[in-house]
Design a protein around this ligand. Sequence first.
Ligand SMILES: NC(=O)c1ccc[n+]([C@@H]2O[C@H](COP(=O)([O-])OP(=O)(O)OC[C@H]3O[C@@H](n4cnc5c(N)ncnc54)[C@H](OP(=O)(O)O)[C@@H]3O)[C@@H](O)[C@H]2O)c1
Length: 241
Amino acid sequence: MNKTAIIIGASSGIGQEVAKLLLADGWRLGIAARREEPLMELKAKAPESVEVMTIDVTKLDAGERLQSLIERLGGMDLYFHASGIGKQNRALKEDIELGTMETNAVGFTRMIGAAYRYFAEKGEGHIAAITSIAGTKGLGPAPAYSATKALQATYIQALEQQAHQRGLKIRFTDIRPGFVDTALLNDDFPYPMLMRPEKVARDIVRSIYHHRHVRVIDCRYRILTFFWRLIPRWIWRRMKL
Ligand SMILES: NC(=O)c1ccc[n+]([C@@H]2O[C@H](COP(=O)([O-])OP(=O)(O)OC[C@H]3O[C@@H](n4cnc5c(N)ncnc54)[C@H](OP(=O)(O)O)[C@@H]3O)[C@@H](O)[C@H]2O)c1
């Protein structure tokens, strides 16, 4: 197999682990994020198979930079979106709320849109994105994070319907992990049911290969989110998270 994938958010955490697995499986990769150094370290593992580009999804030129990366790679079969930020923000600090919206909502829409238009032109492709179980319900401790994760999931669902109705062969995989031990959770809060990024990445790659539409990781979180959805609003607002 010599397929090509672009991973935005490959400089750390889950995106980096997915990149390692795809490389080991023989994929050629275009990897991007804001920090160049960890991307270059990843490239050093397989220089012939990896192209690097710094991309900040909040910047207006991010779509063009994705296009240049696709050209350098010689095409794209899979677009994998792992970029994201998130913080608990009970004080509702404006910079945190709006910064989260910029990256997870505006940046996400910019990049997924650029990938979608590329695949629409090409005639086929696969878009996979890490959203979160945090989008299942509005979470009081992290309002912008949970709201943007719900937006991401809804956006993917909308594009999936649009692609189907336009007869485009674009596949979509919405990946919703529970808590994963990465830099995103660096606030010393004792997160329960914490998963290793390596394990989550293996599940993600399997889900992409099996063309899953939605994958909640892992089974404990599948049960949890099933019950979350059943909780009526008048109980949900009283729940301490
Ligand atoms: N950790 C969890 O518990 C958890 C649970 C569910 C879902 N998720 C989601 O999983 C995804 C990956 O997060 P992670 O846990 O692996 O955390 P992470 O290690 O902090 O990774 C986040 C990635 O996003 C990139 N990024 C952040 N802002 C960016 C920007 N403006 N432009 C381009 N890239 C940007 C970062 O790279 P640079 O800083 O180099 O730009 C980094 O590569 C996120 O979408 C997160 O919401 C995480």
